[in-house]
Design a protein around this ligand. Structure first.
Ligand SMILES: NC(=O)c1ccc[n+]([C@@H]2O[C@H](COP(=O)([O-])OP(=O)(O)OC[C@H]3O[C@@H](n4cnc5c(N)ncnc54)[C@H](OP(=O)(O)O)[C@@H]3O)[C@@H](O)[C@H]2O)c1
Length: 254
């Protein structure tokens, strides 16, 4: 559905959310594979640690500040004059159910996960469209596929990103631009470390990064993993609601 990629050497990749977890592992893996990287997130010190001795440009910013993302984009264009791939990995999670609804936390989730991604799009779309080549990958989550307990607001932010990627693909692919929808299952990172429940089919951030890069190399649009878990959730969303809600209650006990 997207062009295949055989060789990462020399590819100019901007990873947004590269200071920890999945984004940091993507950066480490891409450094090994010879890509040229720009690493962004808020924590400059962690980004430097991820870059280590590699020739990667570290541009820290907060994705909720549109002007900071634009300034970073300008710095990248001044250095590279183009971008081959943007990976929007940055995101945050807070467990929430209806009986502990917190408007401030809900708005923060929307601000980071959805509006932050829009700030990134605002910065890179003109460049990608002018180039008529390159790609953008957005990390959503299988929690966006259908409503789940504990994900009262996280889920809707990720559902919005899934829908956004679908529309982006329709708009951008005919213009020569690749779009990747990335839906991980459970990955062991600082984001999930606070979970107090058993996470089925949990994988490491290293494996998640490899799955993402393999999906891009194969030209997939929907990159989801581990499939032994994500395929079940994709199947569940097709069920009639009566059966879906019954199964979710039964399986999660929530
Ligand atoms: N772990 C999982 O099981 C799982 C499953 C499905 C989807 N995901 C998604 O995968 C993505 C990466 O998560 P992760 O598990 O790797 O978690 P993580 O280790 O907490 O990484 C989150 C990344 O996002 C960055 N970030 C957060 N808020 C930001 C902001 N306002 N501005 C700039 N950067 C920001 C963080 O950097 P700073 O704090 O330095 O800014 C960090 O680099 C997220 O979008 C998450 O929703 C994770």
């Amino acid at each position: 559905m997207n062009p295949k990629l055989k060789d990462w050497r020399g590819q100019r990749v901007w990873i947004i959310g590269a200071s920890s977890g999945i984004g940091a592992e993507l950066a480490r893996e891409l450094i090994k594979r010879g890509a040229k990287l720009v690493l962004s997130a808020r924590n400059a010190e962690s980004l430097q640690l991820v870059a280590a001795d590699a020739d990667a440009l570290v541009l820290p910013f907060d994705i909720t500040h549109a002007n900071e993302v634009l300034a970073a984009r300008d710095e990248i264009l001044a250095k590279w004059s183009g971008i081959d791939l943007v990976l929007v990995v940055a995101g945050t999670y807070q467990k929430m159910r209806a009986d502990n609804f917190d408007l401030g936390a809900a708005k923060q989730l929307v601000e980071t996960n959805l509006n932050g991604t829009l700030n990134c799009l605002n910065a890179v779309l003109p460049t990608l469209l002018a180039q008529g080549q390159g790609g953008i990958g957005i990390v959503a989550s299988v929690a966006g596929l259908s409503g789940l307990p504990q994900a009262l607001i996280y889920g809707p932010t990720k559902a919005a990103l899934i829908n956004l990627c679908e529309s982006l693909y329709l708009d951008l692919r005919p213009q020569g631009i690749a779009v990747y929808l990335i839906n991980p299952g459970f990955v062991a990172t600082p984001l999930t470390a606070k979970n107090d429940f058993a996470m089925p089919a949990l994988i490491s951030a290293e494996v998640a990064a490899q799955e993402i890069l393999r999906g891009i190399e194969r030209g997939e649009f929907h990159i989801h993993f581990p499939r032994r878990f994500t395929n079940w959730l994709r199947l569940l969303r097709l069920l009639p609601y009566r059966l879906y809600f019954w199964l979710i209650h039964k399986v999660t006990g929530l």
